[in-house]
Design a protein around this ligand. Structure first.
Ligand SMILES: C[S@@+](CC[C@H](N)C(=O)[O-])C[C@H]1O[C@@H](n2cnc3c(N)ncnc32)[C@H](O)[C@@H]1O
Length: 142
């Protein structure tokens, strides 16, 4: 298998050898070429690989009762805003399913809860913004 031209050029410019962490940073996070960085990667049964949240809403449905219990505990503090934080949200499927499930099953909690998505790759964040355009909870990215 041959290396893509951009990667070959970069390796040659770096003297032909780089630490594994540098290599992974390039191929995953480069904003133009990286699998996540460019936002071209597709997660799901018809994509590059599948994850539990990408197979449907069942994974979120399993998590929701426990998350709601924890949010209820935090909600004991009057007027405090609550947050669901997801690191590495991929296509945003889990966040979208959790938000929809919370709004449907625990509307009072949903009204006090924000979604915070921790995503370093602009390309993936753009995909998540599209997926969450109709999200019933306020969404923020960090
Ligand atoms: C394999 S996908 C997982 C997607 C999702 N969690 C799922 O189960 O469908 C990895 C996600 O983590 C993001 N990511 C990669 N490195 C990260 C880091 N250092 N901090 C947070 N997110 C990261 C990627 O951009 C991508 O959105």
């Amino acid at each position: 298998m041959s290396l893509p031209a951009w990667l070959l050029e970069r390796l040659q410019a770096a003297g032909g050898r780089v630490p594994f962490s540098t290599y992974m940073g390039w191929v995953l996070h480069d904003p133009e070429h990286g699998a996540y960085g460019a936002g071209r990667l597709r997660i799901g049964p018809a994509g590059d690989f599948a994850t539990a949240p990408s197979l449907g809403p069942d994974f979120a449905a399993l998590l929701l009762p426990q998350l709601a219990e924890w949010l209820e505990t935090l909600a004991a503090e009057p007027d405090a805003r609550l947050a669901l934080v997801e690191a590495g949200p991929g296509e945003g499927s889990l966040a979208a399913d959790l938000a929809a499930g919370l709004a449907a099953g625990w509307p009072a909690l949903a009204a006090r809860t924000d979604l915070l998505l921790v995503e370093p790759n602009p390309g993936m964040a753009a995909r998540q913004r599209r997926r969450l355009a109709d999200c019933p909870l306020p969404c923020r990215w960090a």
